[in-house]
Design a protein around this ligand. Structure first.
Ligand SMILES: O=C(CO)[C@@H](O)[C@H](O)COP(=O)(O)O
Ligand SMILES: [Co+2]
Length: 228
């Protein structure tokens, strides 16, 4: 699969969300960080804003739910127009049932892991998913420094995907920039969320293009991609 770049609107101007979404229409997905002030110590937006965003842009929405009880709320994000819905493993009560429900409603189902959560306990769950998100910062805020210590977990997740021969995307989120995207791609990521690196740039769509080129070059020489 070609690498994908998903700008995070957490770093955009929330008073101009529609324009900010349009500014990155060359991107693969628009990453929408939903925070409830309980699962993470920050509060962003909910279902009505996702509904409006889905009408405002042609870019499909990749909703990252940093909320408690995603079993209850995630299906509403599919109904609001999200094309991909990510729940956190640490918050889900019945992740298999939840992933099946998200898929049955017509979206891609994805599971995220905080930096402290290993991938191994979720190996049997992988076939139920369309994407795994490895957080490379503690969730809650944009603009944090990339955690290099997450690279072995990205590699391990890529190995498990290969072991089970799954068509599963591997997303990284947090501190992804021109300085770190190459390491992520070499470790096995193929979907890259970038907030401050895109919206902090003078030309956000050019930043998306540059990140995509850099990730594609790194992937083409990565060992994991050779037999992919
Ligand atoms: O989920 C989150 C933060 O919890 C992210 O999606 C951030 O929005 C990424 O921002 P940068 O680290 O790229 O600035
Ligand atoms: Co996110």
């Amino acid at each position: 699969m070609a690498v994908q770049i998903n700008p995070s609107i957490l770093s955009a101007d929330f008073a101009r969300l529609a324009d900010e979404a349009k500014a990155v229409e060359g991107a693969d997905w628009l990453h929408v960080d939903v925070m409830d002030n309980h699962f993470v110590p920050n509060l962003t937006l909910g279902v009505p804003v996702v509904e409006s965003l889905a009408r405002a842009t042609r870019t499909p929405l990749d909703c990252h739910l940093m909320i408690e009880d995603p079993d209850r709320w995630a299906p509403q994000y599919v109904e609001a127009g999200a094309g991909s819905v990510t729940f956190h493993a640490e918050a889900a009560h019945a992740p298999v049932r939840l992933a099946r429900e998200i898929r049955a409603k017509g979206a891609r189902a994805s599971m995220a892991l905080k930096p402290g959560s290993p991938i191994e306990p979720y190996e049997d769950l992988l076939p139920e998913l369309d994407m795994v998100l490895i957080m490379t910062v503690e969730p809650g805020f944009g603009g944090q420094s990339f955690l290099d210590i997450m690279l072995p977990k990205i590699r391990r997740t890529r190995e498990l995907i290969a072991k089970h021969d799954l068509d599963l995307w591997l997303q990284v989120d947090g501190g992804v920039s021109a300085a770190t995207i190459e390491r992520c791609a070499e470790a096995g990521a193929d979907v890259f969320v970038a907030g401050s690196a895109v919206y902090g740039a003078s030309d956000p769509s050019e930043a998306v293009r540059a990140l995509r080129d850099e990730a594609a070059t790194a992937t083409s020489r990565a060992a994991w991609a050779c037999d992919h």
